[in-house]
Ligand binder design. Structure first.
Ligand code: TGC
Ligand code: FAD
Length: 392
């Protein structure tokens, strides 16, 4: 076959034909936003270990991206597929920016939307959709990550009030949040509470020295005899299914998001390989390089097919937790493998922040771990296949 005009890796299977016009419009809008507002700065944010969350949240709110797949209360009410595509574009820019949107919309806002009282919804959702209020989601503890059932944070009744004590760890947006959704053991199973950040006894500290998701705020939350009124409890959630239902939403976003990071790496690697001469020829003209590129493009397109299938199932109201586990397990694992392989194509240049590849590879290490580790999703799929739970 003779030389021809190169196709983008996502053009191989003409996946655009599977998208509706509104989905494509939303995707293109988010891509432009990332080109204008994130890509020019994100390497510096990553290097400096910071993210301008307040500014970004207002802009993301203006675009209607916060809680975008929720209905009412100032939320855009888009399809799940459109929400996934937005996550894909955000994560192509940086996983930290997608995390900001996931935690705000899929964890904190979803918890209030699904399990909150009408008063809680009216108080928080419009402000959060606009990006004027930031939320976080406190489930993980220092000693209980994969096994949140063991959590030690406790909420006890004191007259009509609740008193909360405990520590939450690794909480995205924790130190900047105006409201924390905190999950705690009570006499009546695990319950969720809305903790306003300025309340007495509540403090946060930022976790530093991360080598991954540096353009994201990750914090410890400490609850030291925090007194909350009775109305602070989320009335609709009792038991671990409450937080796990929220995780389904955020995990779904990651199914689309992680391949966004991989796409950015592969685009970069293809461009680099075409323009980098080695042994007097373009690196892209060597068979070993083409084998790498072909294998990565195949995995990336398969990942997007899987994401779009899950999008259809979610839009039809038929998605199940184990299906989300299939997507989170495969798409994060393969995206991380793609990012690492792309790094080899850039070689020495691949280890610098001049290119997005090492940043994405490092970020994806966190994505592999949070929202359920790969092992937890393997066990979920294993349970679906065998009917036998092997978690304990
Ligand atoms: P198990 O006994 O199986 O179930 C307890 C109750 O929960 C229900 N359930 C689910 N409900 C909805 N969705 C799911 N995916 C569910 N999985 C289980 C179950 O039916 C039961 O309900 P009920 O009514 O009978 O009480 O629970 P288990 O203790 O054996 O644990 C199961 C396991 C290990 C799968 C679960 O604990 C788990 O998923 N662990 C991983 C924890 C995790 O993902 N943490 C993430 C923290 S948040 C985060 O990482 C945010 S990162 C954000 C970012 O920056 O993007
Ligand atoms: P552990 O649970 O201690 O797991 C250690 C290892 O053991 C892992 O490899 C795990 O897969 C394996 N393992 C555990 N159980 C089993 C088993 N039954 N069988 C086989 N292997 C097993 N949490 C929140 O609540 N809110 C947030 O906003 C949030 N943001 C985060 C942001 C970042 C950057 C990071 C890194 C984490 C964040 N997390 C958040 C926490 C995240 O969800 C946890 O790190 C994750 O659930 C794993 O918990 P752990 O780190 O305690 O690992």
């Amino acid at each position: 076959m003779s030389d021809q005009t190169p196709l983008g890796p996502m053009e191989l299977l003409a996946l655009d034909e599977l998208l509706g016009d509104e989905d494509k419009d939303i995707r293109d809008t988010v891509r432009r936003f990332c080109d204008d507002r994130v890509r020019p700065h994100v390497a510096t944010w990553f290097e400096d270990g910071r993210l301008p969350i307040r500014d970004l949240a207002l802009e993301l709110g203006e675009l209607g991206l916060l809680g975008m797949h929720l209905e009412g209360y100032g939320c855009a009410g888009t399809s799940a597929t459109a929400y996934g595509l937005a996550c894909h574009e955000l994560e192509a820019a940086d996983s930290g920016v997608r995390s900001l949107v996931s935690v705000q919309g899929s964890l904190a806002m979803f918890a209030i939307h699904r399990f909150g009282s009408e008063e809680q919804k009216l108080q928080w959702l419009p402000e959060m959709a606009a990006g004027r209020a930031i939320g976080c989601f406190g489930l993980t503890e220092p000693d209980f990550g994969s096994n949140p059932a063991g959590m030690r944070t406790i909420a006890k009744r004191d007259g009509g009030d609740w008193i909360l004590n405990g520590t939450k760890m690794w909480i995205t947006n924790g130190s900047v949040a105006d409201v924390a959704v905190v999950w705690a053991q009570t006499d009546d199973r695990v319950r969720g509470f809305l903790v306003p950040a300025r309340i007495k006894g509540f403090s946060t500290s930022e976790i530093t020295r991360k080598m991954s998701l540096r353009a994201s705020v990750t914090s410890e939350l400490v609850l030291d005899n925090v007194r909350l009124p009775a109305e602070a409890i989320l009335p609709g959630a009792a038991g671990l299914s409450g937080p796990l239902n929220c995780l389904n939403e955020a995990r779904y976003g990651i199914v689309f998001g992680a391949p966004g990071a991989a796409r950015e790496c592969l685009d970069t690697a293809i461009d680099y390989a075409i323009n980098r001469p080695v042994f007097d020829r373009p690196l892209a003209g060597f068979q070993l390089t083409q084998a790498k590129l072909a294998n990565m493009a195949v995995e990336l397109d398969k990942a997007m097919l899987l994401a779009l299938r899950l999008g259809s199932l979610k839009d039809a109201g038929r998605i199940t937790p184990y299906q989300i586990s299939v997507g989170k397990l495969n798409n994060v694992r393969e995206s991380l493998a793609i990012a690492r392989e792309c790094r080899t194509i850039l070689a020495a240049n691949g280890v610098t922040l001049e290119y997005p590849v090492i940043r994405h590879a490092n970020n994806l290490e966190s994505v592999l771990t949070y929202e359920g580790t790969s092992e937890i999703h393997q066990l979920t799929v294993g349970q679906a296949l065998t009917g036998i739970g092997a978690f304990k």
